[in-house]
Design a protein around this ligand. Sequence first.
Ligand code: PEP
Ligand code: MG
Length: 753
Amino acid sequence: MTKNRNHLNLLCNISDLANLLTGSTDIESFLQQTVELVSRHLEAQVCSIYLFDEQKEELVLKATIGLNPEAVGLIRLKVGEGLVGKALDQLAPVNEGDAGRSPDFKYFAEAGEDPFASLLAVPIHRGIERIGVLVIQHESKNYFDEIDVMTLRALAAQLAGAIENANLLMDIHRMGKKPGPNGARETLRFLKAEIGSSGYAYAPAKILNRGRDVLMEEGARDALLTLTDFHRAVRTTSDQLKALQARFAARLPESASLIFSAHFMILKDPQFIGKMIQLIQGGVSPPEAVRIMALKYIAAFSASSHAYIREKVNDVEDLSRRLLTNLYRADLKESIIGEKRIIIAADLYPSDILKLASEEVRGIILVSGSITSHVTILSRSLQIPLLIADCAELLKLPDETPVLMDAEIGSIYIKPAEDIIRQFQIRNDARQKAKPLSPQMSPATYTRDRMRIHLFTNINLLSELATARNLKAEGVGLYRTEFPFLIRSMFPSEEEQVGIYKRLIDEMGDGEITIRTLDVGGDKVLSYYDAAGEANPQLGLRSIRFSLKHPDIFQQQLRAILRASAGLKKIRIMFPMISSLDDFFAAKEMLAVCSADLDRRGIPHHQAPSVGMMIELPSVVEIMDDFAKVVDFFSIGTNDFVQYMLAVDRTNTRVAEYYQPWHPAVLRGLAKILAAAIKEGKDLTVCGEMGRDLDYIPFLLGIGVRRLSVDPQFLPSVQQWISELTVTEAEKFAAAVLAQPTIKGVLQIVEAA
Ligand code: PEP
Ligand code: MG
């Protein structure tokens, strides 16, 4: 029998799936359309979706084409029971050519399964969360082959987020309750702040205070709004979300176009919108109906013991706010919460920043955090001005208070007077004019005495690649792969990761590329993963420790990198936060397993990547000679190196004065590391913030650093500064500071230089 082999691309095409999501009328119809699409493209006579009911620990048949539709909701399987349960239990596909003969087969008379011999079941999961199983069946024996398995896996991965949302929504029953009102103050006028991401903004404030309920304020016009207004608001909200999704897909490809899948699902959930309509028909005002249902969903999600479900509270809040805004502001085309506002918040997830960016937020003021925290790093990537002010009073300002933030010099003015606004505008205009339109960059960087220094770029978001190319970066010295994980509300699948890494590679042309494996934990919290409330997250299950603890997630990522770089001459894979040779060997072994797995499955991939490590821990210093014999290349993450060397949390403003890169132990540690790498002829890059800070560059050159990797916007200033230095002077300077035993002594030399 000949089969259509063109379906792989088609199925992997996200737009097909996005259409399913936005086009269906409710959750059941979404699942039904999904099984229809799959059965059509894979030419399977049966396609079914089973979802995992966490409470009962059972799989339930939720949609099918080909089996008896009456069996939906009735067929239930324990994990491990039957071939379908086995797929979920093992988190691996089960492909049986003659299912009835398998000892694991479980027969359900009510399903009408008798004529179907071939069965292929693929688990739907996100990282470690079990969501369900996608099953296809065919009457011919041995019908499904490796390509079908790959296709179904790819499809299950793409759909996992949306299906999971559908699953959650089907299970909501509990009621919520109203939190109390919040206080407000207006005494602050001016304060100084630390600059996280430069720029300026003058806009009304929006206070984001977790725990405060923003859905509570009753409007004066509530009683005048009708069911027609409600329907219009739902339509407008849906249209806005579709437009937003399209904008996201274009601007931030790694966020995946299904980022709003939870929003769409909730909008289509008859329990949500349908119940609101019922309430309105029963005499409740439309905004009150939205509030009642939003609180019910928020209470249900918040009560979950799983972080990835609690994360959905944000989605419900966001969606409900949109609905309310659209109810109240019928005349507005765009009505988004952070739009053209300065956000003031105690803390934000990286995924919050992403949403805010899509709403054209003007600036962000954080009342905690630090310039090396990852929220700050992300806002720089997105070019959103960000200031860090150690002042909790800011959170009590009323919304809409005019705020002027000057993140070029680190000032915040609350309700600035006319003359301050004027001065600010004059200064700002002058600053704009002074900025050269496109800085002159040479493709190669030299010191004044002609030592070649290699300048690479750190990439957090793919959207930064264009700037990096324009500024002639020699390659990507650090690709922080955790950002696609951080900015979503779900683990990205292997296929999605392949897409992201391919894009990175394609867009960087011939430049050298170093991809760092997942570096989550610490301040890089995955909002959807339970971090088990670690008391010391910076010393906890961070980075490579997380990856080694979760081989599923780690191997998915390693396979994705190897697959995306198939056919490339060179790719560099780098492990973060390595503390011992044992860690390094364990991670390398994992890579070998992935390579062998891809070989076995005949999937094209890179055969011999260079394998390197980040130096971020003091434990590396003493065994650096041994590392240098076995590691292909090194990169020093000075942000963490300083943090761990000095035992000072890089995100804690209260101990900020202890975060001192000029500490003699840091400087001597760095010098030792360099000496060992140079002795073995291993290349070494500095990719932490010290590498872009003009104050430290002479020292780094002086101890032998010849490769720097910096955020793209710093490339011009770093190149310019290097061209003014000589290696001879840098070596003299480094020797002088290295001789000092105290911070004070070092600073005296630095100031005199
Ligand atoms: C570092 O620690 O210096 C580094 C580059 O890694 P990250 O900032 O992502 O922790
Ligand atoms: Mg680090």
